[in-house]
Design a protein around this ligand. Structure first.
Ligand code: FES
Length: 281
């Protein structure tokens, strides 16, 4: 069993948990994910790792209640446990294999949307720990929905919050902020890492392609069982067929077929809705 040592509500429908999982904490790297399962009847939920403390042996996960399983997870309190906490899974972010000296020569931009701030955080933190300054744009619907602000500010060279309703930071989408930084402020980026809702990643990639900024995205949103068995996360990356859970979750965003992946993501909506209704009966 994997004990929850901290359970916190970050925003409406968004929860953070620190879970005792020493083996995962010892080996995980930015970009990887875990599969959590509450009990025998629980569904396997793939979640990108938000943070880890190798000494304390804990791993931080952040999730949004979207369906039956995540609603059940949100009810868990400090002291409760997950039956399974499997990981680290997936391929670590490509940059972990690059030398810090070569990364220091690059200007890197992270773009996070909604709960996408959770997987972006360990990546920006990894950079900060190696003396690499990065710019971070985080978008949310409203100020209340913006998560991990303090943590993200601490690891960013420049931090740019954006809200759709203009209640905080830049008023508008993350894409208009990228455009502003590049075209109005003359910033140049060698790499962009964009993680968030599929539609956000699609539009960030359309823009960065135009601006000629290589872009990495995380296809975690289409994963289901996370083991390469169910086939749900199959996607086209250029001419190649990949599986997000075993070949990714991170891919070259300019090669990902987002329209196909978004259709795939809709496939389980009806089933998920029925399971959630059953839970609320
Ligand atoms: Fe099932 Fe990848 S999530 S094959």
């Amino acid at each position: 069993m994997y004990r929850i040592v901290k359970a916190e509500k970050l925003a409406d429908l968004i929860y953070l948990m620190d879970v005792e999982a020493p083996r995962v904490a010892r080996h995980c790297e930015p970009g990887q994910f875990v599969i959590v399962k509450i009990d025998d009847k629980g569904e396997r939920v793939p979640l990108t790792i938000c943070d880890y403390d190798r000494e304390a042996g804990t791993v931080t996960i952040v999730f949004q209640t979207l369906g039956a399983s995540t609603y059940r997870m949100a009810e868990l309190k400090e002291g409760d446990s997950f039956q399974d906490f499997t990981g680290p899974l997936g391929v670590p972010s490509e940059f972990v294999n690059e030398s810090p000296d070569s990364l220091k020569q690059k200007k890197i931009l992270f773009v996070a949307g909604g709960v996408g701030a959770a997987p972006v955080y360990p990546q920006a933190k990894w950079m900060k720990e190696r003396g690499i300054d990065v710019d971070v744009i985080v978008g949310s619907k409203t100020k209340d929905m913006l998560i991990l602000e303090e943590e993200m500010r601490a690891v960013s060279g420049n931090y740019y919050p954006c809200t759709d309703d203009g209640s905080y930071g830049h008023a508008g989408m993350v894409t208009t902020k990228i455009e502003q930084l590049v075209t109005e402020e003359g910033k140049k980026y060698d790499l962009c890492v964009a993680i968030g809702p599929m539609i956000m990643m699609k539009f960030v990639c359309l823009l960065t392609k135009k601006l000629e900024i290589p872009t990495i995205v995380s296809m975690n949103p289409i994963m289901v069982d996370g083991t390469g068995m169910c086939g749900a996360c199959r996607l086209h990356v250029g001419d190649e067929i990949k599986f997000a859970c075993v070949d990714g979750p991170e891919f070259d965003g300019h090669l990902v077929n987002f329209d196909e992946s978004m259709k795939r993501q809709q496939m389980y909506k009806t089933q998920e809705g029925r399971a959630t209704l059953k839970l609320q009966e």
